[in-house]
Unconditional design. Structure first.
Length: 488
């Protein structure tokens, strides 16, 4: 039987409406003062219409959303006047996220996000959920039960497995996050610009006098700037990753946050199709990285789950073996011919712009050159068991370690020589194309065997002038592509 969300959902929607309505009213007051007399009445009508439109928004979800959760699965209904009805089994749920922001904490309620394992289905979001319901839903999600007999219902709840701690963010980790994410670099320019804006308003000395006073003691000025940057970076890191922990409970992972916004995510171990390792330039210099889980087909932020926000690469490699035990193929060779052919002309263009006295165009061209060179330095390899490793970047590196069946499509072209251009597509928040130039013939053959495990293969000749021939069985064609629907 369908049930309606509790009345506390109205309070949640009222706060959401006020977050937009209050800034709008503050800004429109100053704008209305500058309007001519003939525009005052139309503007007043617009403000009243906008204000009245907020009232249905507050009550709409409470009046139209209905849901029913039991041992078999989930039924969710939403929308008006056109309604959407979703029915899924617990075995089809790929992730369950429980969050508690400030308003939910005050109301002693939770926001639950149920991510579905189908790419075409959006996630189900239920707000103002009671704690008892959250515990029951977690139990159903973890066990993935489809049928429950009457005898089992009369029995006590099954004993929960003991959580096994995988990782936890401590004080030292927060310090590393505050530095390696580059956040302290932003606070000093922000403080300087804010001082310029507020100096006249609060009658502080002008920027010239302030800079002269700071220049009298450069050592103390530098120390104060570093201290301010460190405090800012640490606070930002705590707000984002404070209390971040990862536990393994049976065949699922539980990822929790205990900072300002409390949240918990539950992910089945069987749903993990790969890992992603990120390194920004500072992380590369300090030999650190960030580790994320990659999930199949889930929607929104549930598709990538952070395990280690930042850690030494030795710790990251150890956790890789925990989530993907066995041999991980390594990228044998990353060819830099394409990167060099792009970077050298752009570097020459930057030098010419600087000689011409155009620093801003030169800077923008240089940033674009660095981005292109970093994107085109990539490689991909396949190992035994269908696992694939993709690596991209020189100074900002991103690596994917994927299980068999993780790739949604795969194409390869060879025009000259013995190297191939490979384009692979997977889902990581959205469809991501991994482009790897200069792939060797051996790696291309390994990838081809990998995708033949679960995808239909189409071979075409590599030509740009003749029309493409119809699809045929693969027999050493010069170009091939894989994708589409899975074979039954």
């Amino acid at each position: 039987m369908m049930q309606r969300p509790g009345p506390r959902l109205i309070a949640v929607r009222a706060v959401d409406a006020l977050k937009v309505y209050v800034p709008f009213m503050v800004l429109q007051g100053g704008f209305a003062e500058r309007l001519p007399d003939y525009a005052q009445l139309p503007w007043l009508v617009f403000v009243w219409m906008y204000s009245l439109s907020r009232i249905p928004v507050i009550f709409l979800d409470w009046m139209t959303i209905g849901f029913a959760l039991n041992e078999q699965g989930i039924t969710h209904r939403a929308g008006w006047p056109s309604r959407t009805l979703t029915r899924v089994r617990w075995s089809e749920v790929s992730a369950l996220s429980v969050e508690q922001d400030t308003i939910h904490r005050l109301l002693r309620r939770y926001r639950v996000t149920i991510s579905l394992g189908a790419q075409s289905l959006p996630a189900i979001v239920l707000e103002a959920v009671a704690d008892a319901d959250v515990r029951q839903w977690r139990s159903w999600f973890e066990h993935g039960r489809t049928t429950v007999n009457q005898e089992h219902e009369r029995c006590s709840e099954p004993e929960q497995p003991t959580p096994e701690r995988v990782s936890r963010v401590g004080l030292l980790d927060l310090a590393m996050i505050s530095v390696t994410y580059g956040q302290p670099v932003l606070v000093v320019p922000f403080a300087v610009s804010s001082y310029y804006e507020l100096a006249d308003w609060v009658h502080l000395p002008g920027e010239g006098a302030t800079l002269a006073w700071l220049a009298q003691s450069p050592g103390w000025t530098l120390l104060g700037a570093l201290l301010l940057a460190a405090i800012y970076g640490w606070v930002r890191a705590w707000l984002r990753y404070g209390g971040h922990r990862v536990d393994r409970v049976g065949d699922s992972y539980e990822i929790g946050h205990r900072a300002v916004d409390r949240s918990t995510r539950h992910v089945r171990a069987a749903e993990v199709i790969g890992l992603r390792v990120d390194q920004n330039p500072l992380m590369r210099l300090l030999r650190m990285g960030a580790l994320h889980l990659v999930l199949p087909g889930a929607q929104g932020t549930e598709q990538r789950v952070t395990i280690l926000p930042v850690a030494p690469m030795s710790v990251v490699e150890r956790h890789v073996q925990v989530f993907l035990p066995g041999e991980i193929p390594t990228v044998r060779q990353v060819r830099h011919g394409l990167s060099a052919s792009i970077g050298l002309p752009l570097a020459l263009a930057v030098a010419m712009l600087l000689l011409a006295g155009l620093p801003w165009p030169a800077g923008l061209t240089g940033i674009g050159a660095l981005w292109l060179v970093n994107r085109t330095a990539a490689g991909i390899s396949a190992g035994q068991g269908g696992r694939v490793t993709f690596m991209r970047g020189l100074w900002a590196r991103r690596s994917y370690l994927l299980n068999a069946g993780a790739l949604r499509s795969l194409s390869a072209w060879r025009f000259r020589g013995r190297s191939w251009l490979v384009a692979a597509t997977l889902l990581d928040r959205s469809a991501v194309t991994l482009l790897a130039p200069g792939v060797s013939t051996d790696d291309r053959a390994g990838l081809r065997e990998h995708v033949q495990l679960g995808w239909p293969v189409i071979c075409r000749r590599a030509t740009t002038r003749r029309p493409k021939p119809p699809a045929r069985p693969c027999s050493g064609g010069e170009a091939w592509s894989v994708g589409g629907k899975r074979r039954s």
